[in-house]
Design a protein around this ligand. Structure first.
Ligand SMILES: [Fe+2]
Length: 190
């Protein structure tokens, strides 16, 4: 039986982007890496599958040792990176410092203008972005996305994460730190 009106108008949108599911041939390394990088914990875990959570959702990242999984081909089609958001620039920088203290260092740090991201490469070579929004509202962020500056360079400018930490610790105005400055960041480094 068909639902009346189901063929008319747009399809109902999902409420959220619920989780990512990763297949791997390096299961222990991948699970340890995501637990460390996201401060995540396993809601349910066996020797071949782990459901990791770090917020109110029951799981946000699932990792599975599926049979016949080959190594990642970085130039293959598909997911380029996944991004995890922090509530503020200060939180983003604190998590960066905490990871660094555990020997986990970023592969790329750039100011997109709309966000300030710090990228990492996981045990399989997947790119993982950690970011903080650079505007206080979606309206301001959208307006920036439509600006000439963003159209001309949607990637952004290179950032030294240590300099970012220094500026934050010095108490510099966050709005100034968020502004794009410096050379164009070019292609992602993963
Ligand atoms: Fe991104």
């Amino acid at each position: 039986m068909s639902t009346p009106g189901a063929s008319q108008g747009p399809v109902l949108r999902p409420a959220t982007l619920a989780h990512v599911f990763l297949r791997t041939n390096k299961f222990p390394e991948m699970v340890a890496w995501y637990k460390a990088v996201l401060g995540a914990e396993a809601r349910l875990e066996s020797d071949r599958i782990s459901f990791l959570c770090f917020d109110a959702e029951h799981h946000r990242v699932a990792i599975c040792a599926l049979p016949d999984t080959g190594d990642k081909i970085k130039t293959g089609a598909g997911l380029e990176h996944m991004a995890f958001g922090f509530a503020s620039l200060d939180d983003l920088a604190l998590a960066y410092q905490q990871r660094k203290a555990r020997g986990i260092t970023p592969s790329w740090c750039v100011n997109h203008g709309i966000t300030m991201p710090i990228y990492y490469s996981d045990a399989d070579g997947n790119m993982v972005e950690t970011q903080a929004d650079s505007f206080d509202s979606n309206e301001e962020a959208t307006a920036y996305m439509l600006s000439e500056e963003f159209k001309e360079n949607p990637v952004g400018t290179e950032v030294d994460p240590e300099e970012l930490v220094r500026r934050l610790q010095a108490g510099e105005d966050r709005a100034e730190i968020r502004k794009r400055d410096g050379p164009c960041a070019g292609a992602p480094k993963g």
